[in-house]
Design a protein around this ligand. Sequence first.
Ligand SMILES: [Zn+2]
Ligand SMILES: [Zn+2]
Length: 163
Amino acid sequence: MKQLINKLRFAFPHLKFVGGTQFYWSPESGEIFYNSRANSAHAQWSLLHETGHALLGHTSYKADYELVRLEVAAWDRAKQLAAQFSLSIDEEHIQDCLDTYRDWLYKRSICPNCGTQSLQQGDYVHYRCFNCHKVWRVTASRFCRAYRRHKDIDQNIALHTLV
Ligand SMILES: [Zn+2]
Ligand SMILES: [Zn+2]
């Protein structure tokens, strides 16, 4: 893990990697946080994924549907990085992450009143139901939500930190 961070720092001197307890990209501070205690293949994949967000200059507070597209883009970039550093990312892991993400976004869009799938409003924090016109608030959508599907994942490996 340390080795990979050193390689990334060398390859991308403009990026800032900061040790912490979770993996995430902060568009506000321009820093990539990583779990300094994690040292598994999953941890490396998470690091490459967050580096992908950083290299693509992804910013937060987008519409939910847009975030899914950016998550896919970050994984594509992560795969290129993996190839560059002679690593490989398990495709199934990527699809699991994206599925978890899509499930979460889908649940946000379901009307709590009548169950109709609805459209997010332009402020990114409200949805409005076509059917019964109920309006509800969701947390602002951001990159990276908690991903805990596999028990074998390091406990702190939040690929996806929900704020
Ligand atoms: Zn409704
Ligand atoms: Zn992400």
